[in-house]
Design a protein around this ligand. Sequence first.
Ligand SMILES: Nc1ccn([C@@H]2O[C@H](COP(=O)(O)OP(=O)(O)OP(=O)(O)O)[C@@H](O)[C@H]2O)c(=O)n1
Ligand SMILES: [Mg+2]
Length: 467
Amino acid sequence: MDYKAILNEIKPNEAEKNEILDISNEIISKINQIASEEEIICEAKLVGSVAKETFLKGNGDIDIFISFSLNTSIDDLKEKGLFLAHKTAIELNADVVEKYASHPYLTIYINGQEVDIVPCYDIENSDQIKSAVDRTILHTEYIKKHLNADQKDEVILLKKFMKEIGVYGSEFKVGGFAGYLCEMLILKYETFKNTLIQSSKWRYNGVIDLEDHKTFKLFKDPLIAIDPTDKNRNVGAALSLEKMNDFVFASRNYLSSDDDKRLSFFYPLNRKNISKDFILNSFNNRESKTILISFSLPKMAMDNVYPQISKTTQSLKNKLEDIGFKIIYTSFWSDEKAIGLILIEFDSWRLSKYDENIGPKIYYKTACEEFIEAHGDNVFLKNQFLVQKKERKFRTPEDLINFIFKNEENIKILKIGKDLKNSILNEYKLFSINEFLDNLDENNPENDENFLFFLDDYLNPSQHLKR
Ligand SMILES: Nc1ccn([C@@H]2O[C@H](COP(=O)(O)OP(=O)(O)OP(=O)(O)O)[C@@H](O)[C@H]2O)c(=O)n1
Ligand SMILES: [Mg+2]
């Protein structure tokens, strides 16, 4: 493989690097200047992948941390940190969005760059950690110290590969590999290629322990990557089993491919023929039944959207299965602004008229008498049990779903995302896949494409991982 040629395309060139560093330095000086004018004692520092020189071309989100001494109170840190960030944004004429991680921080937009400005404590080692973001400075220093120039290129190859197979990023939406985890993998396995060779042999609960902390027993996650700067933290904690396995599978597929195909792993999936009709035909070919439940998103933290839709979907699936429907797959989608969707594909979509309610064993005379008393003529003996033949209340998934979402009382039988409950109760809509695609909002092509890609991925599982 000609990795040099790939790097030429995915690695920022000197001019791009300098532009990003210039903006970073401008912001850092501005923060430090305002701090000294206001007599606030702190220091702005460049951290994250820009500081580590491991960022992808076009993905240089700049991370700037303002560190305060350990004797600063948390309230002071929050207040002064945000004050400095806001004032900097005003003086530099930048747009801002306030965000929240373990405490509030600010994202500012300047010259087309996204810059996170995050207040933290200035710690020297992990014993001093006061807030979850404090480790970041330690991470940045560790990687700058240990990762050599060639390895930085290997990290960039690995991040790009992970990005295109859909496993890059530790945010909940992805549940994949954090940038810092990629850097740790290259420190352990040296090259991109060797990382794939090794990961293609990974097992559940594998351990990566660069500093030999030997604390792996503390963790039960699929991948245990002990933070070199903090023996009590697993950097792999945010990695879901699914995304770890995706990576293992993609690694094997990559290694067994020829160079042409290998190259395609570094680019967005080449989708063909993605139209409404194509998707609809593919669904119809399956001769299953697919329904969609849509609802509007209330005002809520976007970080909570996916966990809550996921939880609701799982709970609904359990209920439908409990009463006898056979489900092939479920999935969910959101435009992350206005709507959420749950997709359920059924293998069986109409149940017979009668169900069996199994009663006591024949040997328990009193219990049998009570069962007959309660259920009368419809009781018969089957093997050792008395059984009541009973008409089903719900014979289609729609019957059950409409019953559950009918009112406050019924919906209690689900474990539903708490922010979603009211909007589902008030205005959920139930569609067949055909109806839904017919009604796709023609005025919102961006959303439509995104949604059709979601359905395409649903219909072709693992296409990102196989190419
Ligand atoms: N789950 C996470 C996410 C972030 N971080 C810390 O926060 C820093 C900045 O986060 P982020 O921008 O997500 O990662 P980068 O390393 O900057 O990688 P990139 O921006 O290229 O994706 C990371 O370097 C890391 O030290 C962390 O420890 N754990
Ligand atoms: Mg970053």
